[in-house]
Ligand binder design. Structure first.
Ligand code: PNS
Length: 158
């Protein structure tokens, strides 16, 4: 059984994330979406618990997907989760340097796990949580960028 972890901040979940979750399900038997809960860093928008709830809601129709928070080293979490793969998304060259560095370090820390890079779908390659937060805070319509659960939670923020 091949298990994978898709780690991130997901603050908030957007359509690009959801696409990666759907597509990575094709290459593993079970996927855990792991939301970073960093006690030293306050959330930019939603608490880790709210983010987990939003991802659960958006992935409720998908089998084999679980959602959890994690803290500390990703490789420790991957090991304890019994996973052999770390899923990451690359939107373009800007992501590459940052992600390649993390993948190399993670392989050093836990050689039994492989980082699997999925190229972001072209329609979502310009979407990031940072941009969604900025657009939403300025009153822009982000309904084309995020799943309904995220949209409702953003609306609730006022
Ligand atoms: O969505 P993000 O913010 O790009 O996700 C970054 C994340 C959570 C994948 C990364 O910060 C991470 O793995 N943090 C856990 C701490 C850790 O293991 N750091 C060493 C990485 S080499």
């Amino acid at each position: 059984m091949k298990r994978a972890v898709y780690p991130g901040s997901f603050d908030p979940l957007h359509n690009g994330h959801l696409d990666i979750i759907r597509r990575s399900r094709r290459v593993c038997d079970g996927l855990t979406v792991a939301v970073l809960d960093n006690p030293l860093k306050s959330s930019k928008l939603f608490t880790p618990e709210v983010r987990v709830g939003l991802i659960r809601e958006a992935t409720a129709d998908l089998g084999g997907v679980s959602v959890e928070t994690f803290s500390g080293l990703l490789t420790d979490y991957v090991r304890s989760n019994g996973s052999q793969m770390i899923v990451k998304s690359l939107r373009g060259a800007l992501d590459y340097e940052y992600e390649a560095q993390m993948a190399q370090l993670n392989r050093l820390l836990y050689p039994d796990a492989e980082t699997l890079f999925l190229l972001a779908a072209s329609e979502w390659s310009f979407v990031s949580s940072t941009r969604v937060r900025e657009l939403a805070s300025l009153g822009a319509d982000v309904s084309g960028l995020v799943p309904p659960a995220t949209l409702e939670a953003l609306a609730d923020l006022g």
